[in-house]
Design a protein around this ligand. Structure first.
Ligand SMILES: Cc1cc2nc3c(=O)[nH]c(=O)nc-3n(C[C@H](O)[C@H](O)[C@H](O)COP(=O)(O)OP(=O)(O)OC[C@H]3O[C@@H](n4cnc5c(N)ncnc54)[C@H](O)[C@@H]3O)c2cc1C
Length: 284
């Protein structure tokens, strides 16, 4: 396992914001993961799990944390399922599926980050959520220090939510996903999904949608209607292209993001009585 000290987290996330973590552990194997948790115990320090950093806002203060970067990457398949290690980026899985002519996951393929991060937040796009494809999840339980299979019968997944958000002791290690070998089960065109993102979403240092969409509405529409589309504060702004995407356009500080978040929440609540809830995970 590779361990780095005082590692700048802004280099690990799509927002490019973040102070130094006391330790960064790059883990590839199950033994590495166990070793990282043992180190955290020895150092009496909290652990944060990092996938691809595309849904994470780190404080820019120095953080007394041991950050575990999931670098367990790999995909296999048999006739029934794909088995994907949780640190695998979606782009890697896409290439694997294209090469092996496996269909059914197309709508999810443009999501940044890792499979583990997607399962944690039940990521979704174009009418599909990752929960629709999950067959089995293998986890590391930090309490028993054992690898176990999650009982999915009573495990809840909903819009941008999975029970991993409340079971903090479970670290996703690998996921079995369903697929089809029949091209008729292809769920839409990768080209069209890609073009949709290029057309509707801004480029730049962002975490994608900052707020969850309230039921029956869209956070982007509410921000625009509250007059804050394109509004900037310090180095951060709500994108002119998609109001719910915050863009770090000029060395934004953590505090800039929090102030913009608070302002948008206040204005939207005053105007529409709707409480916007962040989708982005804040670590401070
Ligand atoms: C340009 C852009 C477009 C986006 N489009 C979409 C979209 O269409 N749909 C969508 O749903 N999201 C979208 N997102 C948000 C983001 O990509 C997803 O939420 C993604 O699934 C996060 O994965 P990650 O690996 O980057 O997670 P991270 O940001 O690294 O982590 C997010 C959370 O997951 C936890 N976590 C990560 N890995 C594990 C693990 N192995 N075990 C336990 N916990 C873990 C972390 O501790 C953290 O709490 C977009 C983001 C960007 C920047």
């Amino acid at each position: 396992m590779i361990i780095k000290e005082n590692f700048e987290l802004k280099n690990l996330c799509t927002f490019s914001i973040g102070g130094r973590a006391k330790f960064l552990c790059l883990i590839k194997t199950k033994e590495d993961l166990i070793e990282a948790f043992n180190k955290a115990q020895d150092e009496k320090i909290k652990v944060h799990i990092h996938g691809g950093g595309s849904n994470t806002l780190y404080s820019d203060k120095d953080l007394n944390l041991l950050v575990v970067k999931m670098n367990n990457i790999g995909v296999n398949h048999n006739n029934e399922h794909l088995e994907v290690l949780s640190g695998t980026p979606w782009s890697y899985l896409l290439n694997y599926c294209l090469k092996n002519k496996l269909y059914g996951l197309e709508p999810l393929m443009g999501i940044p980050g890792t499979i583990g991060g997607a399962v944690y937040g039940n990521a979704g796009a174009h009418g599909m959520e990752i929960k629709d494809a999950i067959i089995e999840i293998e986890c590391f339980d930090t309490e028993s220090k054992e690898f176990t299979t999650v009982n999915l019968d009573n495990f809840k997944f909903s819009y941008r939510y999975s029970d991993f958000k409340k079971n903090k002791n479970l670290i996703i290690w690998s996921v079995k996903l369903g697929f089809s070998k029949d091209i008729k089960d292809k769920r839409g065109s990768l080209e069209e999904f890609k073009n949709f993102r290029l057309e509707k979403q801004p480029q730049g240092k962002t975490t994608g949608s900052f707020f969850r969409n309230p039921e029956g509405d869209s956070a982007g529409r509410l921000i625009e209607a509250a007059g804050l589309k394109g509004y900037s504060l310090g180095g951060i702004k709500s994108s002119e292209k998609h109001a719910n995407f915050f863009i770090n356009f000029n060395n934004a500080r953590f505090e800039d993001v929090i102030q913009l978040k608070n302002l948008i929440q206040k204005r939207v609540f005053e105007k529409f009585g709707v409480e916007l809830v962040p989708e982005v995970i804040t670590v401070e």
